[in-house]
Design a protein around this ligand. Structure first.
Ligand code: ATP
Ligand code: MG
Length: 551
């Protein structure tokens, strides 16, 4: 890999006349997007009086305006801070202040909201011209220099490209600073591992403020000259229509890749059950169509329940590829494209990524003890157990990571940044994992802060219990939490959604659970709720839930 980075929009320029994107308005070539971004970048230069290295926060719908704005911010030498319309006004205000943004950019549909946000902190707001996106498709390349942005390679080499906020699952979201270099590294890793080609077409349905929607599902295809079909917002019915190419033009029939969070797959399954499942011809058609036209369906960002994996396989013939990643490190562990995908596991390190399972030093002195180290060099995965230790069972430890894709720092939080690295400069993910010596795959047990429940000397994985509970015929959704207890330290609490007209008490649940799991895993507390609140990425905030439901 070369030391010079080619930022995404420059790479994109080389695909000039290929179709890059399709939204509700129509299709855009790579040149269309590049030329419009260049035009907008001049406006941003004016707004910021030619300064560079500012944070520009932007809120655009999932359409060409999003890409044009992101690229324009980059061309002007600034850091793009993407927002989603799923954020309420108060959160937008928090982000605008936290990243010290001097300029906010938005589209007419959000201008009223963003005016309010801008006003609270005295920021400048630039509202995109409605014509920008429309005129974009008419833009033609006249000279080769039209597709240049006028900066040197050096200019972008060390530059910050984005601040992405973490999902806020365990506290206030933190601004993660990513350079062009780290983003490009994250992209090339995924392009290699998941075999992106210019012939791919992705159906994009994810929010665009998070690494999953931005890097995995948008920048990867744009980096290789593939095509991205963007839906304005998530809608199960629309997704099924697209997947099955109902009413599509020949050009739109070809979708090869789909990526989503587990909650989206659950919603698609619900919709399938409601609309198609009773029609055998239709179910056969769906299986045949998806099996032949799609090459990859990915799940990640939250644990994929086993029953969702199985049901999806049943409906589509596709084994969902589950991967594990984080805003701070990009994608980290993934099943290999051509290997068996074992449900419940998250695979092995991606190319260019090295992980360790480590045990923290006692009394916070010294470094972590490595239990196992795994690395992937150009697709060759190597795993080394620490032979100075004896393992009576598969090793369990915190995931520590090194890779070129890792973030630079938390914005304006030097202490937090320092705390997240070991003395040997490994990034501490806070996620606990087990390495299976038999399958040679890693299995996530959950976050050390909320998912590892310490009860009477045992360490229990909330994720493992959740997986088992989802097998209960009456449980629709569930969350397992540790609840403080004087005698046991913590006890296992469950928050469940049950099927309509069913009943459940903690006793009936325990009777069911007793021969399905170890005694210390059996839930001790039960709360039945109508729905489990989840954030934009489909994750439950367990700390908040415990405070509210088990005060
Ligand atoms: P915050 O850091 O603000 O609390 P967050 O950690 O949820 O929020 P993200 O960076 O979006 O923010 O998410 C990364 C986390 O998501 C990981 O640390 C891990 O706990 C979880 N995660 C990612 N992929 C998976 C997966 N396949 N299975 C289970 N958990 C996953
Ligand atoms: Mg986190």
């Amino acid at each position: 890999r070369s030391n010079d980075v080619t930022p995404v929009f420059r790479k994109a320029a080389s695909f000039s006349d290929r179709i890059a994107l399709r939204d509700t308005l129509g299709s855009y070539t790579y040149a269309n997007l590049f030329l419009s971004a260049k035009e907008l970048s001049k406006e941003i230069d004016k707004e910021l009086k030619g300064k560079i290295n500012e944070q520009v926060l932007f809120l655009c719908p999932n359409d060409a305006n999003y890409v044009i704005t992101q690229w324009a911010i980059w061309m002007s030498g600034h850091t793009a801070v993407p927002m989603t319309s799923l954020h309420p006004q108060s959160m937008l205000e928090y982000y605008a202040k936290d990243c010290n943004s001097k300029l906010l950019v938005t589209t007419p549909e959000y201008s009223e909201l963003m005016h309010k946000v801008a006003k609270t902190h005295n920021k400048n707001l630039y509202v995109l011209d409605e014509q920008l996106r429309q005129n974009s498709t008419q833009k033609i390349v006249q000279n080769q220099s039209d597709l240049e942005d006028g900066q040197s390679t050096d200019f972008y080499n060390k530059k910050n490209a984005m601040i992405l906020y973490t999902s806020g699952t365990t506290g206030n979201p933190k601004g993660v600073v990513l350079t062009h270099k780290s983003i490009v590294s994250q992209i090339t890793t995924l392009v290699e591992a998941w075999k992106w080609t210019p012939n791919d077409v992705i159906l994009h349905v994810l929010p665009l403020h998070h690494v999953h929607g931005i890097v995995n599902a948008l920048l990867c295809p744009l980096y290789v000259g593939a095509k991205c079909n963007m839906l304005p917002k998530y809608d199960s019915n629309a997704v099924w229509s697209w997947l099955l190419a109902v009413n599509a033009s020949p050009d739109d029939r070809k979708i090869t890749v789909f990526m989503a969070v587990p909650t989206i797959y659950s919603k698609l399954i619900e919709e399938y059950d409601r609309v198609f499942s009773k029609d055998p011809k239709m179910t056969e058609y769906i299986r045949m169509t998806l099996k032949t036209k799609m090459r990859l369906m990915v799940s990640g960002s939250a644990p994929l329940p086993m029953n969702v994996y199985e049901k999806w396989l049943d409906i589509t013939g596709h084994r969902l590829l589950e991967r594990y990643g984080m805003t701070e490190i990009g994608m980290c562990l993934s099943h290999e494209y051509d290997s068996e995908r074992k449900p419940g596991y998250v695979g092995v390190p991606l190319p260019g990524v090295t992980v360790r399972l480590g045990q923290p030093p006692e009394e916070d002195e010294g470094d972590f003890t490595t239990l196992v180290e795994a690395t992937n060099n150009n697709g060759n995965v190597q795993i080394k157990m620490n032979h100075s230790l004896t393992f009576t069972e598969d090793p369990v430890g915190e995931i520590l990571v090194k890779s070129d894709g890792i973030f630079k720092e938390y914005y304006n939080r030097p202490e937090a940044t320092e705390n997240e690295f070991t003395t040997g400069k490994w990034f501490k993910t806070g996620d606990i994992c087990q390495y299976s010596q038999e399958s040679k795959l890693f299995k996530l047990l959950g976050r050390s802060s909320v998912d590892i429940i310490k009860t009477g000397g045992y360490k229990v994985s909330a994720l493992e219990i959740e997986t088992k509970l989802l097998d209960h015929p009456d449980i629709v959704d569930c969350v397992v939490v540790g609840v403080r207890d004087e005698k046991w330290g913590e006890i296992v609490g469950t928050i469940v959604v049950i099927k309509p007209e069913k009943e459940m008490t903690v006793e009936t649940l325990q009777t069911w659970a007793k021969n399905k799991m170890a005694a210390y895993n059996v839930p001790r507390l039960l709360k039945i709720v109508d729905a489990i609140p989840k954030n934009a990425m489909g994750k439950a905030n367990k700390k908040e839930l415990v405070q509210k439901l088990f005060p």
